[in-house]
Ligand binder design. Structure first.
Ligand code: TMP
Ligand code: ASP
Length: 250
């Protein structure tokens, strides 16, 4: 089903899909942090991120939020629509953690009065610097209408995800989204792209405050595989057949 390899990123490989305008996303177990200065493997991560992202994309589609997702192919691969990625990392913060603590001298765990949407310019060489929306406009990374759509969808996604995770005893501290431009007969539209998974979210257990996301890898906290599996288990998507390599059609 896979065509030629188009791109290899830090956590995924993209291949041409079976039809024009489609792409296959293959989810790897590779993990990186701090702009790839730290590298490692989280066994089974690719499978878990694939099924978690599938669940979330499907639920968002039901809510009327357009995404690139078409369907999951197997344990490691999903079929998505080919989009032009907007070179912005859109970060939503509900609780202070990570880079904002360093930047603004906040205590990790401080509740933010309002959810905060931040933009970073997606450029590894520059370390994905924080920018204002005005930079995106000034440098032509996105236009005003696209930014309006991105901010609107981002707040709706945050509302949905906070509820979804709270329902399984997890606090959604922050997360990162990427959007793409999809060409349609009616014109170009903004859709959610990439993935939503414990790689791109901070999730803390509501009872114990235990970290259940990639911070376990970033900060060498141990129990990484178990944390990813626990998030999938609580969401009801932990594969019963285990997490072995499998790229056959389901
Ligand atoms: P930060 O606190 O390091 O800026 O991260 C904010 C959120 O964005 C956190 O949930 C992790 C996620 N994130 C990514 O998914 N990819 C990245 O490259 C970075 C820096 C953060
Ligand atoms: N994935 C990013 C990297 O390797 C950063 C992170 O998630 O911490 O650089």
């Amino acid at each position: 089903m896979r065509g030629k390899q188009l791109y290899e990123g830090k956590a995924k490989v993209l291949f041409e899909g079976p039809e024009a305008g489609t792409i296959i996303q293959y989810f790897k177990d590779d993990a990186t942090a701090f702009n790839a200065q730290k590298k490692g493997t989280i066994n089974g991560k690719g499978v878990i991120n694939n099924v978690i992202s599938e669940l979330i994309m499907l639920r968002l589609t039901e809510l009327g939020i357009p995404t690139h997702f078409i369907r999951r192919i197997n344990m490691r691969e999903q079929l998505v629509r080919s989009v032009e990625i907007v070179p912005l990392e859109v970060v939503v913060r509900n609780v202070a953690a990570g880079s904002i603590c360093k930047r603004l001298g906040l205590e990790e765990g401080d509740m933010l009065d309002e959810s905060l949407v931040e933009f970073c310019y997606k450029d590894d060489e520059l370390g994905d610097p924080l920018i204002a929306q005005e930079h995106a406009l000034a440098f032509g990374w996105a236009d005003e209408e696209e930014l309006d759509d991105i901010v609107h969808y981002t707040h709706r996604i945050n509302d949905f995800l906070r509820g979804l995770f709270f329902g399984i005893g997890l606090r959604l501290v922050d997360f990162k989204l990427e959007f793409g431009r999809l060409e349609t007969e009616e014109g170009t539209m903004i859709v959610l792209a990439d993935e939503i998974s414990p790689d791109s979210c901070r999730l803390w257990d509501v009872e114990t405050n235990e970290k259940m996301d990639k911070d376990r890898f970033r900060r060498d906290l141990g129990g990484i595989e178990e944390a990813y599996q626990e998030v999938a288990r609580r969401l009801g998507v932990l594969p019963k057949s285990g997490l072995q390599e499998d790229t056959t059609e389901d």
